[in-house]
Ligand binder design. Structure first.
Ligand SMILES: [Zn+2]
Length: 414
């Protein structure tokens, strides 16, 4: 392959992926607009026309904004690659550092910082304009800035040693460096899973033990019925950032925790909370978390091998607008350009995730009353202003959860 050929393949893939995503978003907008005037029959008893239209408008606003984001991302990617952005940063770092490792780190950090700086206005707009307009944003500017700073600090403490280790292995381990890097990557991810609930999450939120005794008794009975041991039930102050509600599990083995957002506890009654928890337990019982982790690890092994093959060719660098070849540049190019090709995997991953959601729902309806979960879901759809009428193709491509109508029909058939 020549550099020019690879450039053409890259541009073609970028155009194809961007146009596909724009086309899906367009379809989504049209579908939502066409169903804006009436609440779907299955929900007409529970959801008012006002709420339905709020959901339609909120989803449309987010979708329209994401279309600008897609175009912006494409431009940024072109600027960094063919536009010479990465090359400029590499040239700038040239000669400042004695060791190639330090120079590689400088290039990586420089490009990543530049990239997040460019993305910052988009994140700000999403939170303080779109989320705020629909009454979901509870974040102050101070908290927002503090979050960003803390995020950067945690990212630096955990990410910089990882990056340095990866670059070192890539430079030292010869032909099979990708196996070593993969082992480090797996270890790193397991470490994060381990320290997330006890060290990282508490930096951003307050976790307090669930106080409500009646609810504790109900939940403990459910846990016992399902043969589940956990080291505690916690309430998280999610309301300080957003009105959206959720519940999740974190941790491993005996250190497993169940976390409820305070926003969720406020809205659902005790039976509905039990049903939501039973759904989460369904994920655990069916080993979904484990399966997901194994799938991700297998994919990262494949990607690292691919990088090892690609970075041996001059056309890989030159085809993406870079003349100085180094492990750091190869790493950057690969992971910036990868999504342009791997977006084809997204419908497969989404389908896999929706299958898990159905399985977890099935489990919940064995352990609790399926109607409780239906009621909880309707409330959550209403509170989150999620659209009840997504475009079917858009939903197939992106949605990790089945569309509301399909999911509820399935639950009611149990
Ligand atoms: Zn789920």
């Amino acid at each position: 392959m020549t550099a020019t050929q690879f450039t053409l393949i890259f541009i073609a893939a970028l155009i194809l992926s961007t146009l596909t995503k724009l086309w899906l978003a367009r379809r989504h907008l049209t579908h939502i607009a066409a169903h804006r005037d009436a609440v779907p029959d299955a929900f007409s008893a529970k959801i008012t026309l006002d709420d339905h239209q709020k959901a339609a408008d909120y989803t449309s606003a987010k979708t329209r904004f994401s279309m600008w984001g897609l175009l912006f991302d494409a431009v940024i990617l072109l600027a960094f690659t063919l536009g010479g952005g990465i090359q400029a940063v590499a040239t700038l770092c040239d000669g400042w550092f004695v060791s190639p490792l330090a120079q590689g780190m400088a290039v990586l950090v420089g490009v990543l910082l530049l990239n997040s700086l460019l993305e910052a206005p988009f994140n700000w707009y999403r939170t303080f304009v779109i989320e705020a307009r629909y009454g979901f944003n509870k974040m102050t500017l101070k908290l927002y800035v503090l979050d960003a700073l803390k995020g950067m600090l945690v990212g630096a403490i955990l990410g910089l040693p990882l990056l340095a280790g990866v670059l070192w292995l890539m430079g030292r381990m010869g032909e099979y460096w990708w196996l070593y890097v993969w082992a480090v990557w797996v270890g790193f991810n397991l470490l994060i899973l381990f320290i997330y609930p006890t060290f990282i999450a508490p930096m951003f939120n307050k976790f307090s033990p669930l106080q409500d005794e009646a609810m504790q008794a109900r939940i403990n009975a459910l846990l016992q019925r399902c043969g589940f041991t956990s080291s505690g039930l916690f309430v998280m102050d999610g309301s300080k950032r957003s009105a959206h509600g959720n519940a999740y599990f974190t941790g491993f083995g005996k250190s497993k925790r169940i976390v409820f957002f305070d926003t969720l506890l406020e809205r659902l009654n005790i039976s509905e909370i039990e049903a939501v928890l039973a759904h989460e337990l369904g994920h655990f019982k069916n080993r979904h978390v484990l399966k997901r982790i194994v799938t991700t690890f297998a994919m990262s092994l494949g990607f690292l091998w691919l990088l090892a093959v690609l970075m041996q060719n001059d056309w890989f660098y030159q085809g993406l607008g870079v003349s100085s070849q180094s492990t750091a540049v190869a790493l950057l190019l690969f992971f910036m350009v990868l999504p342009v090709f791997s977006f084809l995997l997204s419908p497969v991953m989404s389908a896999y995730s929706r299958k898990h959601e159905f399985e977890a729902d099935a489990y919940a309806s064995q352990q609790t009353d399926a109607q409780d979960l239906v009621n909880a879901l309707v409330k959550l759809y209403q509170d989150n202003a999620s659209t009840l009428t997504p475009d079917p193709l858009y939903s197939r491509f992106y949605d990790s959860h089945p569309p509301a109508a399909v999911r509820i029909a399935q639950l009611q058939s149990h």
